[in-house]
Design a protein around this ligand. Structure first.
Ligand code: SF4
Length: 667
C-alpha cells in the first residue's frame, strides 16, 4: 500500500510543505514539495529536495547515556530531575537554565517554557533564536506594541518593488526568493533592490545593488525616511550618490513595496534600531498590512516564530505576553503555576557568561549546538565543560556540545517527530512523523514532561501527546483579553490536531486565518497607535584596526544548514561547497599576500582557524566572508563563532554575529 504523509521542511523559515511518500513498506521514502502548501506550492530548494538522503541513523544518539555509559530512561530522567531540584533547592531557581532551539517544535518549546517559567520559577530559558531574529522581535514590539509580522509571502507576488536588506535569500530562503523572481518574470517592470555589502547570489538578480558599508543600514533608512518626508539629507554609506538617489526615488514612487530583511540586519549590536529604521519608512508611507506592501522579516529557522509564540525567549512569557504584572498573574493562573518567574531570565550570551562564572549549577541544552554557534564559541565551550551538570536532549551523539554533557537524552528528529511549526508569515503547519522512533529516542515534549513529573509537577504536565499540548497553548492564547493581543488561536481550540491545515495566526474563528494585520491602522500599543522610533545610527561594536585590519562577515552556504548534522549526510549537498572557504577581494589578496586556492590563517582576539582562500571581486575591499557551518566534528574544522566577539544589541540581546575584525595571514 502506498503511504503519503504531509509534513513541513525542517530547515529555513520559509516553512515549505513536504510530501513524504513510499510505494510500499519495502520501498524507500521519497520527498517532494506539497503543491497545496501556501508557503511553496510544490517547490522545494536543493536542501529540501535532498531530505530523503538524510534519513540514515549514522551518528544518532539512540539510548540515554550517563557519563558516557548506557542507562535506562528511568535512571537518566531521575538523575536529571533530582539534580535540577537539588540545585533549585540549594541555590534558588536562577541557578538552573535551559538553552533551547528554533528547531524544536512548538509543543516541545511550550513544555520547556512552562516547566522553567511556571514551576521552577525562573526566566532562565532562552533559545538559539536569540542569535537569529530577536532584534526583529524587539523592533516589532517597539513599533507595533506586539511581535507581529504584518504581511505574508503573497506580498512578494504582488509587490512592484522588493527591497532585500541584509538577506541572501537566494541561498538562505530559496523558495521565497524564487517566488519573487517568478513574479518579476511575469511582470518585468517589478524591481528588486538588494542592500548588502557583498555581491551575493541575491544581489546578482537585483535591478540595483547597494553594496553599503557594513553596519550603515540605519543611516541609509534614516536618509530614506528624511527623503520621504521631503527633508534634506546627507549620508555616507559607502556607495555612489546616484545609486542612493535611484533607490530613494523608486521607494518613494512605488506604493506596493515590500522590504525584506534577515540576519544582516538582526545580527548586529544595533539590530533593533535597524529594524525600526526600516519599519519607520513603511509607517511613514502607510505601506503596511495591505496586499503587496509591508516590512517583512524572514526568520532563519523552521520554528523561530513558534518559539517566540510560546515564550522561548527569556524576556517573554507564553502567548506573546511579557513580564508585566497582569501577564504574570494571567499565565500563572492559567497554568496553576506553583512558582511563576517574576522577571525575565538570562538571554543567551548572558546565560553562557553565567555558566562560565559558575552561577548556573545545572544546564539543559535542547536540540542545538552552542559550542559551535554562539559568539566566543571557544569560551562557551569551556564554560559548558566546566558546568557542574549538563544535560543534552539531542538526536546526534557527537556534536561539539554533546561531547561535553554528563547526561545525553536521545531525541526524535525530523521524520519521527510530531507537532507544529510556524513559518516567517505566521503560518502554523504540522510536522508529521513517517518514520518509527529509532532505538529508545523520544519526543522532546515527552522528555521534558517526564522530568517535570519527577520534579513533582505532575498534574500540570499530564499530557499524553503533542496534540494536548497544542490545545492547551491555543486555550492560553484565548484566555482573558485575547483581543488585546495579536496571537489569538481561539479558532484552533479543540481542533482535530491530526488534520490541521496550514493556517496563519491570529485564528479567531475556526478555519479563519489572517493573511495581513494593521491595514486598519490599529496596532497593539495601549493607544492603538504605532510608534515611529527616533533612530540614532551606531557603528558596529568594533572596527578594523592595525592588529585586525579586515572585517569578517559570516553567513550560510546555499546547500548546508547550521552545523551540518543533517545536511552533512547528503553527499550531493557537499558538492556545492566541499570545505569552508574564505572569500577575499583580489586587492586584499595582493595586500595580504594571499593566493587563490591557498591556505590562510584567520585570527580573532583569542583563536584562529585555517581556511582556503577564494578570490571574489564581489567582496568589498577590506572585508572577507566565511561560512558558519563547519565545526570540530566535520571533515574540515573551522568554528567561525570563536572569532566573533559577544557584543550584543542593548534592546534584544542579539549578538553581532555578522561582523568581527580579523587578521588574515598566508600559511
Ligand atoms: Fe526547506 Fe527553506 Fe528550502 Fe523550503 S526554502 S525547502 S523550507 S530549506
Amino acid at each position: 500500500m502506498p503511504e503519503i504523509i504531509r509534513t513541513t521542511c525542517p530547515y529555513c523559515g520559509v516553512g515549505c510543505g513536504v510530501i513524504a511518500a513510499r510505494l510500499d513498506q519495502s520501498a524507500p521514502w521519497t520527498v517532494k514539495g506539497d503543491p497545496e502548501h501556501p508557503a511553496n506550492y510544490g517547490k522545494l530548494c536543493v536542501k529540501g529536495s535532498a531530505l530523503a538522503e538524510t534519513l540514515d541513523l549514522d551518528g544518532r544518539l539512540l539510548h540515554p547515556l550517563i557519563s558516557g555509559n548506557r542507562a535506562s530512561w528511568d535512571e537518566a530522567l531521575d538523575l536529571v530531575a533530582e539534580t535540577f531540584s537539588t540545585a533549585v533547592r540549594e541555590h534558588g531557581p536562577d541557578s538552573v537554565a535551559f538553552y533551547v532551539s528554533g528547531q524544536l517544535l512548538t509543543e516541545d518549546y511550550y513544555a520547556a517554557n512552562k516547566l522553567m517559567k511556571g514551576f521552577i520559577g525562573s526566566g532562565n530559558i532562552d533559545t538559539n533564536s536569540r542569535l537569529c531574529m530577536s532584534s526583529t522581535v524587539a523592533g516589532h514590539v517597539r513599533a507595533f506594541g506586539s511581535d507581529t509580522v504584518p504581511g505574508c509571502y503573497e506580498d512578494l507576488d504582488l509587490a512592484d518593488l522588493v527591497v532585500l536588506v541584509g538577506s541572501n535569500a537566494a541561498w538562505c530562503h530559496p523558495v521565497a526568493f524564487q517566488r519573487t523572481l517568478a513574479a518579476k518574470a511575469r511582470r518585468p517592470e517589478m524591481r528588486i533592490v538588494v542592500v548588502d555589502p557583498r555581491r551575493t547570489a541575491t544581489a546578482e538578480c537585483a535591478d540595483l545593488h547597494l553594496a553599503i558599508r557594513p553596519g550603515s543600514d540605519a543611516i541609509l533608512f534614516n536618509g530614506l525616511l528624511a527623503h520621504l518626508k521631503g527633508e534634506e539629507t546627507q549620508l555616507d554609506v559607502g556607495v555612489p550618490l546616484d545609486q542612493i538617489v535611484q533607490f530613494f526615488s523608486w521607494f518613494a514612487d512605488t506604493e506596493k513595496t515590500v522590504t525584506v530583511w534577515s540576519q544582516g540586519i538582526n545580527q548586529s549590536s544595533s539590530g533593533t534600531d535597524k529594524v525600526d529604521a526600516i519599519i519607520n519608512c513603511h509607517l511613514q508611507t502607510g505601506r503596511i498590512g495591505r496586499p503587496g506592501m509591508g516590512p517583512f522579516s524572514l526568520t532563519g529557522q523552521p520554528n523561530a516564530m513558534g518559539g517566540r509564540e510560546v515564550g522561548g525567549l527569556a524576556n517573554m512569557l507564553a502567548a506573546h505576553m511579557g513580564f508585566d504584572e497582569a501577564s504574570i498573574d494571567r499565565v500563572g493562573r492559567f497554568w496553576n503555576a506553583t512558582q511563576m518567574a517574576g522577571k525575565p531570565g538570562l538571554k543567551a550570551v548572558d546565560m553562557f557568561k553565567a555558566v562560565a562564572e559558575g552561577k548556573i549549577k545545572a544546564l539543559w541544552i535542547m536540540c542545538t549546538n552552542p559550542a559551535v554557534s554562539m559568539p566566543e564559541a571557544d569560551l562557551v565551550k569551556s564554560a559548558i565543560a566546566a558546568c557542574p551538570f549538563v544535560v543534552i536532549s539531542e538526536c546526534e551523539a557527537n556534536t561539539d556540545t554533546a561531547r561535553l554533557a554528563h547526561v545525553k537524552l536521545p531525541a526524535l528528529t525530523w521524520g519521527e517527530k510530531d507537532g507544529t511549526v510556524t513559518n516567517s508569515e505566521r503560518r502554523i503547519s504540522r510536522q508529521r512523523p513517517f518514520l518509527p522512533a529509532p532505538g529508545e529516542a523520544k519526543g522532546d515534549w515527552w522528555i521534558i514532561t517526564q522530568v517535570a513529573r519527577r520534579m513533582g509537577f505532575g498534574p500540570a504536565f499530564a499530557w499524553n501527546g503533542p496534540g494536548e499540548i497544542f490545545d492547551e497553548f491555543c486555550r492560553l492564547t484565548a484566555f482573558e483579553n485575547a483581543s488585546t493581543r495579536d496571537l489569538d488561536l481561539s479558532g484552533l481550540v479543540g481542533a482535530d490536531y491530526a488534520a490541521i491545515e496550514p493556517i496563519q495566526w491570529p485564528v479567531r474563528a475556526p478555519g479563519q486565518g489572517t493573511a495581513r494585520l494593521f491595514a486598519d491602522g490599529r496596532f497593539y500599543h495601549a493607544d492603538g497607535k504605532a510608534r515611529m522610533l527616533d533612530i540614532t545610527p551606531r557603528p558596529p561594536a568594533r572596527a578594523a584596526d592595525l592588529a585586525f585590519p579586515l572585517i569578517l562577515n559570516t553567513g550560510r552556504m546555499r546547500d548546508q544548514w547550521h552545523t551540518m548534522t543533517r545536511t552533512g549526510r547528503a553527499a550531493r549537498l557537499a558538492a556545492h561547497a566541499p570545505e569552508p572557504v574564505l572569500l577575499v577581494h583580489p586587492k586584499d589578496a595582493l595586500r595580504f599576500r594571499l593566493s587563490d586556492g591557498g591556505l590562510a590563517r584567520v585570527s580573532g582576539n583569542r583563536t584562529s582557524v585555517v581556511l582556503r582562500v577564494a578570490l571574489d571581486p564581489g567582496q568589498r575591499i577590506g572585508e572577507v566572508f566565511a561560512p558558519i557551518h563547519w565545526n570540530d566534528q566535520t571533515a574540515s574544522s573551522a568554528v567561525i563563532g570563536s572569532l566573533i566577539d559577544a557584543a550584543t544589541d542593548p534592546h534584544s540581546g542579539q549578538p553581532e554575529l555578522k561582523q568581527a575584525p580579523v587578521l588574515v595571514e598566508p600559511l
